[in-house]
Design a protein around this ligand. Structure first.
Ligand code: HEM
Length: 135
């Protein structure tokens, strides 16, 4: 059997953070029509509750991502790796910014656009993360 060590914990936490942040967005989006049918404050309350869970996990993705960078010898990696990493960090920043605007704006149009950018950007960060690991 392979070792259970700090690397196991680091990578498991990074994947857990990505799962909650992205999976939560997908599940909440699927629930929104039902919440709208319930009406009243239901969609807003669910979104607030989700935010209380999702943002700490976004922070966990950033912290464990920095931990990843400290563990791998970034200077030793190929130019392709550096480019993939730079693009990944850009989409993480774009997704985080869009999601923050999404939760703060009162304009339905801006909420729609930033919600989509937040989800698509986060999915792109996941794919670039996998590309970092598997080349
Ligand atoms: C929305 C935020 C993020 C998502 C969804 C995400 C997702 C992923 C996934 C799925 C992987 C592949 C599995 C793994 O080895 O962990 C990965 C790898 C990686 N991520 Fe992230 N990540 C995010 C944020 C970050 C941030 C902010 C950083 C850096 C500050 C980062 C740095 C890395 C690195 C360096 C790897 C490769 C680890 C290795 O080579 O072993 N990630 N990411």
């Amino acid at each position: 059997m392979n070792d259970f060590d700090l690397d196991t914990i680091r990578i498991s936490l990074h994947i857990l953070a990505a799962s909650v942040w992205i999976g939560g967005q997908i599940v909440l989006a699927a629930l929104v029509p039902a919440l709208r049918e319930i009406g009243g404050d239901a969609p807003r309350q669910a979104a607030n509750r989700f935010g209380r869970v999702a943002w700490p996990f976004f922070a966990l993705a950033v912290v464990t991502g920095i931990w990843n960078l400290l563990e791998i010898d970034v200077g030793d990696r190929s130019t392709a790796y550096h480019v993939t990493l730079a693009v990944k960090l850009l989409v993480v920043a774009a997704a985080g910014t869009a999601s923050a605007v999404h939760s703060l704006t009162s304009s339905p149009a801006i909420r729609g656009i930033t919600g989509a950018v937040g989800l698509v950007g986060s999915l792109a960060a996941l794919v670039f993360g996998v590309m970092l690991v598997f080349g």
